[in-house]
Design a protein around this ligand. Structure first.
Ligand code: PLP
Ligand code: COI
Length: 360
């Protein structure tokens, strides 16, 4: 049965003036819209209690399993306002599919793709006034998530789950637009390993990334690049983004090995690169290849990419021994790819692959 998310309107929605004030300087993930989509799942009964309700706190037992064992998954996606006022979501079916792959890994229930997308559509349509214009690459960040809401302290998969989508008007994750960022490369800490949960978008991966991220900040870096934990022979991804390097004219990104996230921006960047006639390769990149390549100038550009980060150029990689400065941060290939992708998202370039879904 398809979920409909019937509306209970927020009795005190923000005024147009209040929303305009938030849009002037939205930051990232600090302001939330007037509503949220919710549904609950019970083992044996399936999904029910779907609703679009005023944004607000959950009532939850202190014994809820998520609070103890972290049985939680989430997604990140964006709605964009085009110049004609229409509102579009980027590749939502990809997020729905990845959400269900994450659910399988964490033993949460799958949600039918149409019910996931309906939750997003209903929320975006209801809170359409919250979708900023594209100035400064602003957008409405959408955060679908699901958690184990059963009161039970034994360690086993939950029999009750809560699904929710909230929305937040945002600027790009890194303040300062396309300002190239410095990256801390850690081989001391890992966020995921072979057989672990790296390919799932689950809260625990991000909890594991906080300490190395703090270490990165102490070294003046904005993000951390992880090296696979077991053999330390391949660089993987950032705490919240995928990695691309430009080596001798070819864009290279770490292959999907089960330890990193199958990024939708990554996948789209590979397609956009092909459209632009840029050769790409998915394969292992060793730490030595990365560092020596930047040093000897064969790797000239690098960027991180993700929903929140869009495409953000790398200025330098740093580890405990040295700093490796890219020859061309924000170089031609990075910027042309970035420009095309963003133009598709904001309706300024033709959507030849059918990635955009119109909601309003
Ligand atoms: N890798 C990690 C660990 C992430 O958290 C994200 C962000 O969602 C990405 C990669 C990029 O994925 P996507 O492009 O689907 O947002
Ligand atoms: C996203 O890009 O959606 C993420 O989840 C990454 C996080 C750093 C906000």
């Amino acid at each position: 049965m398809a979920l409909k998310y019937p509306l209970t309107p927020n009795p005190a929605p923000k005024t147009a003036e209040q929303i305009a004030e938030i849009h002037r300087d939205p930051g990232f993930g600090v302001h939330f819209t007037d509503h949220m989509s919710i549904a609950t799942w019970k083992k044996g009964a399936g999904w029910a209690d779907d609703a679009l309700v005023p944004y607000g706190p959950f009532q939850m037992s202190p014994a809820a399993a998520v609070l103890h064992y972290g049985q939680e998954i989430f997604e990140g996606m964006k709605a964009y306002r085009w110049e004609d006022g229409s509102i579009w979501v980027f590749r939502p079916e990809e997020n729905a599919r990845r959400f269900n792959r994450s659910a399988l890994r964490i033993v949460l229930p799958e949600i039918p793709e149409e019910d996931f997308i309906a939750a997003v559509d209903r929320l975006v349509a209801q809170d359409a006034a919250w979708v900023p214009t594209g100035d400064g690459e602003r957008s409405l960040y959408l955060r679908p998530f699901m958690f184990a809401s059963e009161d039970f302290l034994g360690v086993r998969a939950t029999t009750t789950a809560t699904f929710c989508v909230i929305a937040s008007p945002v600027a790009p994750y890194f303040a300062g637009g396309v300002k190239p960022v410095d990256i801390w490369v850690t081989d001391e800490y890992a966020r995921a390993g072979i057989g672990g949960t790296g390919a799932a978008k689950c809260g625990g991966n991000y909890a594991a990334s906080l300490l190395p991220q703090y270490q990165g900040y102490q070294h003046g870096c904005d993000q951390v690049l992880y090296i696979e934990a077991s053999n330390k022979d391949r660089v993987e991804e950032f705490g919240g983004m995928n990695l691309f390097i430009l080596k001798q004219g070819k864009l290279i990104t770490p292959a999907l090995t089960g330890t990193i996230l199958d990024g939708i921006t990554r996948k789209s960047a590979i397609q956009v690169a092909a459209d632009l006639g840029i050769e790409t390769e998915e394969r292992r990149i060793t730490p030595d290849e990365l560092f020596s390549g930047v040093q000897d100038g064969t790797i000239t550009e690098a960027f991180s990419c993700g929903t929140a980060a869009v495409v953000t150029p790398v200025n330098a990689f740093k580890d405990k021994r040295a700093s490796y400065q890219l020859a061309q941060p924000a170089g031609r290939v990075t910027m042309s790819l970035r420009e095309r992708l963003v133009a598709i998202q904001y309706g300024r370039a033709e959507d030849v692959h059918g990635w955009m879904r119109q909601v309003v």
